[in-house]
Design a protein around this ligand. Sequence first.
Ligand SMILES: NC(=O)c1ccc[n+]([C@@H]2O[C@H](COP(=O)([O-])OP(=O)(O)OC[C@H]3O[C@@H](n4cnc5c(N)ncnc54)[C@H](OP(=O)(O)O)[C@@H]3O)[C@@H](O)[C@H]2O)c1
Length: 314
Amino acid sequence: MRIVMPGGTGQVGAVLYRALSAAGHDVVVLTRRPVREHEIGWDGENPGPWTRAIDGSDVVINLAGRSVSCRYTPATLQDMMDSRVRSTRAVGAAIAGAAKPPRVWLQMSTATIYAHRHDAPNDEASGVIGGTEPGVPGYWAYSVKIAEEWERAQRQAETPSTRKVALRSAMVMSPDRGGVFDYLLWLARLGLGGPVAGGAQYVSWIHDQDFVRAVEFLIADDEIDGPVNLAAPAPVPQRSLMRTLRTAWGVPIGLPATKWMAELGALALRTDTELLLKSRRVIPGRLLETGFAFHHPRWQEAAEDLVHRVRTSR
Ligand SMILES: NC(=O)c1ccc[n+]([C@@H]2O[C@H](COP(=O)([O-])OP(=O)(O)OC[C@H]3O[C@@H](n4cnc5c(N)ncnc54)[C@H](OP(=O)(O)O)[C@@H]3O)[C@@H](O)[C@H]2O)c1
């Protein structure tokens, strides 16, 4: 298949590019700074010669969007919103204008769309969309709004010959440098992988190989459309996620951090505590209903596999 991946230069793009090109597909990446042979330039906003790559392709997987690992200020939040909504609209317009549109458009969204909650898991049918939870910082609602607008931009695109799926993905755990697993492992190795603010907040995650398999499954299934949760069926509280990771690497201690310590750490690392403190309890209702089988459904085994791959690749 010919697969076009706008925004495919980041962590998730690297995981997908590696797997899909190894599977024999012709994968083209749209980037603002094309360097490699398989990359084509675009600005994430306006039509241009890049739209020719979409015309005649089989699949589009749009991953573009400003990184969420930054300090959340009015300016960065606006940038996160604009980069996602505008690039999704641009992709939709390119598909709408194609003489031979792709069969399927997988659009990245996020598991962050669901409410901060501990009491029950969120699936697509009965999950609670966030934004109105009491007792959480007001700006957390904005991340939910970004996700909603992102999905709306895809939904509103008039692409009648193209099946549309929104990937409500949890954190994709891969051994790559600079990815979220690398960051968590770094904290654990420093002895800082203890509970943050009590550690009861859930972390939803998905092993990179299951993420790729789920993407392939959603490409192949001709029926599924709309939002689909991409998350392992067993989200875990943050304190046990980190404890398991420490055990997998062999780190005896993990110092706990209060909310204020997390604030200071996040400030130093130029990131935001929402990524650490929001309880993301998300399960893959539709994937399981449609017969998708996870190879790495449990965190302990997934963490051991990822640690092994880090150790053997560095
Ligand atoms: N990583 C995860 O675990 C995870 C989980 C759930 C959802 N997501 C979402 O999935 C997407 C991909 O994740 P990722 O971790 O691979 O992100 P990433 O490493 O930040 O990569 C996203 C790509 O988007 C492009 N981009 C940034 N700003 C842009 C703009 N203003 N206009 C157009 N393109 C822009 C960049 O490509 P160029 O600089 O090459 O143009 C960048 O490589 C993101 O939207 C992210 O929010 C990620």
